[in-house]
Ligand binder design. Structure first.
Ligand code: HEM
Length: 458
C-alpha cells in the first residue's frame, strides 16, 4: 500500500510540474504585452495535428484568426512560443531587408550522431554563408542545362510506366515519387535507381521512410524542431540508422568509383567532388578556395535528395491532378505543347521548355494552391522591433511565415480556391504586390532551385 501511495505521489508531482511548466510558458506573450492566440495544453496552437488537421491547415486557421489582430502575433508550437507573421511587408523586412537579424532557421542538427543533418537548410551563421557561397555555382541554369539530357532520358521511362497503368486511373503520387527519386538520385549521387521499373526496392522503401507515413512520427519531428538543443542532448535522431547508413554508403561508393575511374559526368555529384578536391567548380570564378570535407559533401548530396524529391513530386502530382479536374486547362496546355513540338518530332529541348509560357503558368498556379513549403521559418539572432507596433521579436525566438495562407489571402487572390493559371499572365502578376506569392521562400536564404525554374526569376 505504502509503495502505491509513494508512486501515486511521484506521478502526481511530475504531472503537476509539467503542467506548471507549460502554464509558465503559455504566459510568455501576456507578460510581454504581445497579442497572441490562446494555446491549450499540451499542443499549444497545434490541437488536432495529424489526427484531425494537416500541419498546413492548422497554420491557415491560425492565420485567419490572427490577421485582424496585428501584423505579428504570438502563438505556441506545443510549448515553444513563436512569432506568427500576418503581413507581407513584414515578411519582406524579416527575410530581405533585415536578413542579418534573421539568418538562421533554428533547425535540428546533430553532426556527431547524424552527419547528414549538417546540410545547407539546417546549418547556421558563417558556416551557412560559406556553404551557400560554395554551392551557388551548382545552381545555375547552365549547370541544369548540362543535366537536362539525364532528366530527359529518365522521362522516357516515365512515359512507359504511365502507359503500363490503366487508361482510366493513374496513381500519380506514387508514379511521380518514383520518377523524382530516379532523377534526383541519378543527378545528386550518381545512382541508377530505376524505381520506375521497381528495380530498387530498398531506395523506394527508404524514400517512404523519409517522406511517408512509415517515417518518424509527427510528434517526434515537432519535438526535434521545437527543442533542437535538448533533442541533441538526448541523442535523438531525425533519421534511422538504416537511412543514414544507406545514403552514406551509396554516396561514398559513387564518389570513390568516380575518383578511381576519372568519371566526370555532368551532374551535382561531380560538382560536389570538385568542391572536395579543389575547393571550386571548373569554369567558376571563386575567391574562396577552401575545400569541402567528405562529410560536408555527403550532407549536401543528401540535401538535394531531401529538399528536392518530395517538393518536386508533390508539385507534379498536384499539377497533374488539377489538369485532370480542369479539362479546359489541360486542352490549352496540350495545344501549347503540340504547337511547340510540331517540328521536333515531339522532342522538347531545355530552351523550348522555358518558352512554354502556359506550362509555366500552370506550374505557378499549382505552387500557389499546393505550396510544398507551406511555411518558412527564421530565428531572431537579435531583438527586432517590429515597425509600427510596440512589439519586439526577442532574440532566440522563431518567426513563422505562413506562406500558403498568403497564397489564399482574398486581398490578393480573387476566388482563391479556384485553380486558374491565368492569374500568372504578366498583366495579372503586375497587379499584385510581389510578396503575395513566394513558394520558394524569399531573401538570401530562399530556395536556390527557384532561380532555375520560376518565371519570377527572369
Ligand atoms: C517544387 C520544388 C521546390 C520547392 C517548392 C522548394 C521550396 C523551398 C522553400 C520554401 C525553401 C525555404 C526558403 C526560405 O526559407 O526562404 C527551400 C529551401 C531550399 N531548397 Fe527548395 N524547393 C524545391 C525544390 C528544390 C530542389 C530540387 C532543390 C535541390 C536540388 C532544392 C534545394 C533547396 C535548398 C538548398 C534550400 C535551402 C537554402 C538555404 O537555406 O540557403 N529545392 N526550398
Amino acid at each position: 500500500m505504502g509503495i502505491i501511495v509513494i508512486l501515486f505521489s511521484v506521478i502526481l508531482l511530475i504531472v503537476t510540474a509539467i503542467y506548471l511548466y507549460f502554464k509558465k510558458s503559455y504566459s510568455y506573450f501576456e507578460k510581454e504585452g504581445v497579442p497572441f492566440i490562446k494555446p491549450t495544453f499540451p499542443f499549444g496552437n497545434f490541437q488536432g495535428i495529424g489526427s484531425k488537421y494537416h500541419f498546413a491547415t492548422i497554420l491557415r486557421k491560425i492565420y485567419d484568426e490572427a490577421k485582424g489582430k496585428s501584423k505579428v502575433v504570438g502563438f505556441f508550437n506545443f510549448i515553444e512560443p513563436g512569432y506568427f507573421i500576418t503581413d507581407i511587408e513584414l515578411v519582406k523586412l524579416i527575410t530581405v531587408k533585415n536578413f542579418n537579424s534573421f539568418v538562421n532557421r533554428g533547425m535540428f542538427v546533430n553532426e556527431e550522431n547524424e552527419p547528414l543533418t549538417a546540410h545547407l537548410v539546417n546549418i547556421e551563421d558563417d558556416r551557412w554563408r560559406f556553404m551557400r557561397n560554395k554551392l551557388s555555382p551548382v545552381f545555375t541554369s547552365g549547370k541544369l542545362r548540362s543535366m537536362y539530357a539525364i532528366i530527359n532520358g529518365l522521362s522516357e521511362n516515365l512515359i512507359k510506366a504511365t502507359e503500363k497503368q490503366s487508361k482510366n486511373s493513374i496513381e500519380v503520387k506514387n508514379l511521380m515519387t518514383k520518377f523524382t527519386v530516379d532523377v534526383v538520385s541519378s543527378t545528386s549521387f550518381g545512382m541508377n535507381a530505376n524505381c520506375l521499373n521497381d528495380e530498387n526496392k530498398e531506395l523506394h522503401e527508404i524514400s517512404r521512410e523519409i517522406f511517408g507515413a512509415e517515417g518518424a512520427s509527427p510528434m517526434k519531428l515537432f519535438f526535434l524542431f521545437a527543442f533542437p538543443e535538448l533533442s541533441k542532448f538526448l541523442k535523438l535522431r531525425q533519421f534511422s540508422k538504416r537511412v543514414t547508413n544507406f545514403f552514406i554508403n551509396v554516396i561514398s561508393e559513387n564518389i570513390k568509383y568516380r575518383e578511381d575511374n576519372n568519371d566526370n559526368r555532368s551532374d551535382f555529384l561531380n560538382m560536389l567532388i570538385q568542391l572536395k578536391n579543389k575547393g571550386s567548380i571548373d569554369g567558376e570564378f571563386s575567391t574562396e578556395t577552401k575545400k569541402l570535407t567528405l562529410n560536408e559533401i555527403l550532407a549536401q548530396a543528401f540535401l538535394f535528395f531531401f529538399a528536392g524529391t518530395d517538393t518536386s513530386s508533390t508539385t507534379a502530382s498536384y499539377g497533374l491532378t488539377e489538369l485532370a479536374f480542369h479539362q479546359d486547362v489541360q486542352d490549352k496546355l496540350r495545344q501549347e505543347i503540340l504547337a511547340m513540338t510540331k517540328d521536333t518530332n515531339g522532342e522538347i529541348s531545355y530552351e523550348t521548355l522555358h518558352e512554354m509560357t502556359y506550362l509555366n503558368q500552370v506550374v505557378n498556379e499549382t505552387l500557389r494552391m499546393h505550396t510544398p513549403g507551406f511555411a518558412n521559418l527564421r530565428k531572431a539572432n537579435e531583438d527586432f522591433k517590429v515597425p509600427g507596433t510596440n512589439i519586439t521579436i526577442k532574440k532566440g525566438y522563431k518567426v513563422w511565415i505562413p506562406t500558403l495562407a498568403f497564397h489564399f489571402e482574398e486581398k490578393y487572390w480573387k476566388n482563391p480556391s479556384k485553380f486558374d493559371p491565368d492569374r500568372f499572365t504578366p498583366e495579372e502578376i503586375a497587379k499584385r504586390p510581389p510578396m503575395s506569392y513566394f513558394p520558394f521562400g524569399e531573401g538570401p536564404r530562399n530556395c536556390k532551385y527557384f532561380y532555375l525554374i520560376s518565371i519570377y526569376s527572369e
